[in-house]
Ligand binder design. Structure first.
Ligand code: GLU
Length: 445
């Protein structure tokens, strides 16, 4: 890392102790930014990095709610409003027991650059709670969401901060959150949340967008080597919204997706995953992946273990941060891996990224490859602002244009900075320069 940047990075780490994932995300971005500061000394003079690493506002709050047995429960809620240089804070809410301030900050920090890369007018933020939705009834989910919004409503707004979904937060939760916001404020403010239902201000393609976008980005990377998804053997991790839609899109482009996982284990289906069955089990029944085995022939369910023990030509990590380590990366590369497209945020450890980059395979980092979700959220905001709703075909076309645009910008930036094919460099520099220019233009904020 550039020595000037290392000093700044060390200060960031020291004043944010114990936030391992945030440290990791900051370090990874700083490693790309040395050459930018040679060309743009004004970024150092303007203390852009110091400002960028300090969120504009961080909100932590108590979320009290009552479970079905009548017991009082307490969780912790977060919203980190990281950077609004390009637009209102924008980013999802994650409900998962692992959520803490460091996780929300890593996600919010990544979101700044991701959102900049989309070319849409959105700043970066993230939030969530350590609430565990697993095994909770609909009523419990609703009461939790209502309590969460009872505090959050005063901090958000169409022109201020626009939350959406992430792990553990989908259409159902956005519905309960929106209903409570409307009730408290007495305003039908569609643009305050994205990921809404189609009949009440949502956008077509938003549910598919992150998974589809990851595959579109990966397809663009494959094209640079004269290849495509046709005939690829794909392994996906996760079985949530991102994974399911990545599987659907990859198979639509002629690949065979042979495996996906949940937190208990993974399935291997050599004939290619039956996406409709997977949707039925995961989205309709809210069941576990193990149920898939009993309902389709020639499927193996592996209890525990890692889906990255399987061989693939394309790997799409769509589960969670740091799920794919250096050893798994080395094994995948030895066994014929061509490309990785990150559907999740920071799913590859730093060791894994180093292995992928050293081996010269195509590696699409999450902040570029999974930007289709938030980009389509911005399209939802655009439709809300004009009180319009677009067709599936039109919205999908916009998503495709945006993903191809992100790919091309990352590739061009990497080449401009002397390391063609390095999408990590391209994404970090491409996102950063846009935000840095806007910050300098807006004065000391
Ligand atoms: N949580 C998603 C992400 O990681 C989407 C955020 C949004 O739509 O605002 O980018």
């Amino acid at each position: 890392m550039d020595a000037r940047l290392e000093t700044i990075r060390d200060t960031v780490l020291a004043r944010n102790p114990g936030e391992g994932e945030f440290h990791q995300a900051v370090t990874e971005v700083f490693e790309s930014l040395g050459p930018v500061h040679d060309r743009h000394p004004e970024f150092l003079e303007g203390a852009v990095l110091e400002r960028l690493c300090e969120p504009e506002r961080q909100i932590i709050f108590r979320v009290p709610w009552v479970d079905d047995a009548g017991r009082f429960q307490i969780n912790r809620g977060f919203r980190v409003e990281f950077n609004s240089a390009l637009g209102p804070f924008k980013g999802g809410l994650r409900f998962h027991p692992s959520v803490n301030l460091g996780i929300v900050k890593f996600l919010g920090f990544e979101q700044i650059f991701k959102n900049a890369l989309t070319g849409m007018p959105i700043g970066g933020g993230k939030g969530g709670s350590d609430f565990d939705p697993r095994g909770r009834s609909d009523g419990e989910i609703m009461r939790f969401c209502q309590s969460f919004m009872t505090e959050l409503y005063r901090h958000i707004g169409e022109y201020t901060d626009v939350p959406a979904g992430d792990i553990g937060v989908g259409g159902r939760e956005i519905g309960y959150l929106f209903g409570q916001y409307k009730r408290i404020t007495n305003r039908y403010e569609s643009g305050v949340l994205t990921g809404k239902g189609i009949s009440w201000g949502g956008s077509l393609v938003r549910p598919e967008a992150t998974g589809y976008g990851t595959v579109i980005f990966t397809q663009e990377m494959l094209k640079t080597r004269g290849q495509s998804f046709e005939g690829q053997r794909v392994v996906v991790s996760g079985s949530g919204n991102v994974a399911i839609n990545a599987i659907a899109k990859a198979q639509g482009l002629g690949a065979t997706v042979v495996a996906c996982s949940d937190s208990s284990g993974y399935i291997v289906d050599e004939a290619g995953i039956d996406v409709e069955l997977l949707r039925q089990i995961k989205e309709v029944e809210r069941g576990r992946l193990k149920d898939y085995e009993a309902r389709r022939s020639n499927v193996t369910y592996v209890d525990g273990g890692s889906v990255w023990d399987l061989d693939a030509t394309v790997a799409l990590p769509c589960a969670t941060q740091n799920e794919l380590d250096g050893d798994a990366a080395a094994r995948l590369v030895r066994n014929g891996l061509l490309a990785v497209g990150e559907g999740a945020n920071m799913p590859s450890t730093r060791d894994a990224v180093a292995v992928f980059q050293d081996s010269g395979i195509l590696f699409g980092p999450g902040k570029a490859a999974n930007a289709g979700g938030v980009a389509t959220s911005a399209l939802e905001m655009q439709q809300n602002a004009s009180r319009d709703s677009w067709s599936f075909a039109h919205t999908e076309e916009r998503l495709t244009e945006i993903m191809v645009g992100i790919h091309d910008r990352c590739a061009a930036t990497a080449a401009e900075y002397g390391d063609p094919g390095n999408y990590v460099l391209g994404a970090n520099i491409g996102g950063f320069v846009k935000v840095a220019d806007a910050m300098l233009a807006q004065g000391l904020i």
